[in-house]
Design a protein around this ligand. Structure first.
Ligand SMILES: C[S@@+](CC[C@H](N)C(=O)[O-])C[C@H]1O[C@@H](n2cnc3c(N)ncnc32)[C@H](O)[C@@H]1O
Length: 264
């Protein structure tokens, strides 16, 4: 366990790992998730649908020719990690993982040992320059060539006070044309009962290091801003984003929003 981890409070990375059936979580995280699921039974489907969206987006990007990925808020390695999906499509693909959680970083480092094209650093999306201009990032990724920045299920942990739209502008400024931004975000449940459930879970997150903010599809589109063109089908439910309608196992949910945008 890294020395700077507070094991008395639940952490988003470990909660999500538990939600997805991973191995790296503590009692506080398990208790948190069990409470969250009672308050919002759709939470589990949402976590799985989000992860499935991440995999489809990475496959879509590799087929669009993207070979470099900067995955910020990457989480604890679990099923369908970005480097596995990307390098299966193209063994030359390079992936830089970034997370604020030392456990996520430690687990990623151990998984990536022996993979010269995938690395990890500890970093904070709220300070994008410290990520983009980190020596390890500049060593692995070539910002003179197109790359994809993945920010999946992380923006709802960036409050308005941290100016998320400005962060996206700064990220866009570092990218060349034809680079991509992928994001997913906790959105509002369409039903009043669902919204009440969500409000209770948001309250739970107030006791974690990363309180959560729900945003609408319009607010998410506004965050992405004019520097990027949001590609079809727009900001949509993650489970609808190029989902296979034939795949009955694909978890369906209206509350996770996702989008892929291309740098203008
Ligand atoms: C729900 S997990 C998402 C993991 C992965 N991106 C996915 O969608 O499968 C959110 C991750 O964002 C990380 N995170 C939260 N705030 C962050 C920040 N300001 N900078 C970097 N990572 C952050 C958490 O530690 C956690 O690992």
């Amino acid at each position: 366990m890294p020395g700077n981890v507070d094991i008395t409070v639940p952490h988003a990375a470990r909660i999500y790992d538990y939600a997805l059936g991973g191995d790296h979580h503590l009692e506080v995280d398990r208790e948190f998730w069990e409470r969250a699921k009672k308050l919002m039974p759709s939470a589990e489907v949402l976590a799985r649908a989000n992860r499935a969206f991440l995999g489809r987006a990475v496959r879509w990007l590799t087929s669009a020719g993207v070979t470099q990925f900067l995955d910020i808020g990457s989480g604890i390695p679990t099923i369908g990690n970005v480097h596995e999906v990307a390098q299966e499509a193209n063994p030359e693909a390079k992936v830089m993982y970034v997370d604020i959680d030392p456990i996520a970083v430690e687990q990623s480092r151990s998984l990536l040992r022996g993979n010269p094209r995938a690395r990890v650093i500890e970093g904070d999306l709220r300070r994008p320059e410290s990520v983009i201009y980190h020596p390890d990032v500049l060593d692995l990724l070539d910002f003179a060539q197109p790359l994809a920045v993945l920010t999946v299920a992380v923006w709802h942990f960036v409050p308005d006070a941290a100016k998320p739209a400005e962060i996206i502008t700064k990220i866009g400024d570092a990218l060349v044309k034809d680079s991509y931004l992928v994001l997913s975000h906790l959105g509002h449940d369409p039903t009043p009962a669902g919204q009440e459930e969500q409000a209770r879970v948001v309250k739970l997150y107030e006791n974690t290091p990363t309180p959560a903010t729900i945003r609408s599809a319009e607010e998410v589109a506004a965050l992405i801003g004019p520097g990027f063109e949001i590609l079809e089908p727009g900001v949509t439910a993650v489970s609808d984003w190029f989902a296979d309608p034939e795949d009955a196992d694909d978890p369906r949910t209206p509350t996770g929003l996702g989008a892929v945008a291309r740098k203008r």
